[in-house]
Design a protein around this ligand. Structure first.
Ligand SMILES: Cc1cc2nc3c(=O)[nH]c(=O)nc-3n(C[C@H](O)[C@H](O)[C@H](O)COP(=O)(O)OP(=O)(O)OC[C@H]3O[C@@H](n4cnc5c(N)ncnc54)[C@H](O)[C@@H]3O)c2cc1C
Length: 392
């Protein structure tokens, strides 16, 4: 069967891109291996996504923001970065940024749910669930995919949004830089005794990092990164022992804490594809750039990339040119690489610096926090990057 665009993967990036394209009237098919019941009601996966002002704007324009119930959106008004056991913090505040909030927190499953619901009523968008791509290819005129069920679909353009471990990226021969940190990220939610005052903390301890992010009802999202061997021990801990350990590592800043979800582990592997496009084929979301979660940019970048690609395709449609041409796709690839490469490499350098415990690394860490606080232009630059408020 012939379509205009095939999107592989109905994760948040694939769904957002489909919504970006919905009003063009193009015939679009989204292929997803999970069942429709999961797309309609994705289960909680522990990820609480910190969203920038730019993401808020894009989600608003796509009608996704209003589909998230208000009580499911939390605000980050202040952010503090702590180094080791020092009480000195690099601080950012929403008032300094001239904004009502530095950023927003919405759980990953709520974002997926809203993105899925935003496609309701578009007759030109066909979501085919429980379909797994087993092979694909492209030539000068078209692309095709074959499903594990044996079906074959064709389209003028194929978009891969099938995660950082994208199998279709590999099938198209696109090589990818992979940085396996040999570490694991564990996420969960906890309730706190003392008010968090909508403050996010990033604590760079020497053996692990601990992020404590504010959620509504005085809950917090906990993000720990640690050695994979140690993570196996943490996952075995009783609820009480885990809570007591976090309380101690967080030095009692929020009083007594209680675990309110299960613990969700994620392997820490960052990926950056060598190119984001090939003949009649493009990568979006984590399939293009899989970020380390410490700077909370993964989905923000995914959304931005989907928006950039959609804009290039819409421009081509307006001028009547081939929207799947190499020129169009290369323009997207170049623009999105310019936006994401500094964040990707900067994040990885930060992770390396803050997990080393050599005297030189400790000195640089201390100095960076103090310089960051005192050098106003540098601070403003970091704040603009983190909040993307100037890009919105
Ligand atoms: C612990 C953690 C915390 C994070 N925190 C933040 C944050 O604060 N801010 C932020 O912006 N980002 C954050 N992220 C990143 C964010 O979660 C990801 O960037 C985002 O979920 C990626 O979406 P995606 O649609 O590209 O990929 P995915 O969510 O991986 O979706 C891929 C989809 O493709 C489907 N699929 C895969 N292969 C096939 C196939 N062969 N055929 C059919 N379907 C297929 C899968 O079933 C899935 O539905 C975090 C990530 C982690 C792990």
């Amino acid at each position: 069967m012939k379509h205009d665009i095939i999107i592989i993967g109905a994760g948040p990036a694939g769904l957002s891109f489909a919504r970006e394209m919905a009003e063009t009237g193009l015939n679009i098919v989204l292929l997803e291996k999970q069942p429709k019941s999961v797309l309609a009601n994705p289960p909680y996966d522990g990820r609480e996504i910190a969203l920038t002002h730019l993401s808020r704007k894009i989600m608003g324009d796509l009608g996704m923001w209003d589909l998230v119930p208000n009580e499911k959106i939390s605000l980050i008004k202040t952010a503090k970065v702590l180094n080791g056991s020092s009480p000195y913090a690099l601080s950012f505040d929403h008032e300094e940024a001239g904004e009502e909030t530095l950023g927003f927190m919405i759980s990953n499953n709520q974002i997926r749910k809203a993105a899925y619901e935003s496609l309701a009523g578009y007759k030109n968008i066909h979501i085919l669930s429980e379909k797994e791509v087993s092979t694909l290819g492209t030539d000068q005129e078209k692309g095709w995919v074959e499903l594990s069920s044996g079906e074959r679909l064709e389209a003028l353009l194929i978009i891969a949004a099938d995660s950082r471990f994208s199998a279709t990226r590999r099938m198209m021969g696109i090589s990818t830089s992979m940085l396996d940190f040999g570490r694991t990220c564990i996420v969960c939610t906890m309730s706190a005794e003392l008010p968090h005052h909508e403050t996010a903390y990033e604590c760079f301890h020497f053996d692990r990092t601990l992020a404590v992010l504010p959620l509504n009802n005085n809950q917090v999202s906990i993000v720990i990164t640690l050695g994979s061997e140690e993570s196996a021990q943490v996952l075995e801990m009783s609820k009480e022992a885990f809570a007591a350990d976090i309380e101690r590592r967080f030095e009692g800043r929020l009083g007594t804490m209680k675990l309110t979800s299960e613990l969700f582990p994620y392997p820490l592997v960052a990926t950056f594809a060598k190119t984001f496009c090939a003949n009649r084929f493009a990568l979006i979301g984590d399939a293009a750039v899989g970020m380390h979660p410490v700077t909370a940019h993964g989905f923000n970048l995914g959304l931005r990339g989907a928006h950039t690609l959609a804009k290039e395709i819409k421009n081509a449609l307006q001028t009547g040119s081939d929207y799947a041409s190499q020129t169009v796709l290369q323009r997207y690839s170049n623009a999105h690489r310019r936006a994401s490469a500094p964040l990707f490499h900067g994040t990885n350098a930060l992770v390396k610096l803050y997990t080393k415990d050599t005297p030189a690394a400790k000195f640089v860490r201390r100095t960076l926090l103090r310089v960051g606080n005192r050098l106003k232009p540098a601070k403003r630059l970091i704040m603009n990057q983190l909040t993307e408020n100037k890009a919105a």
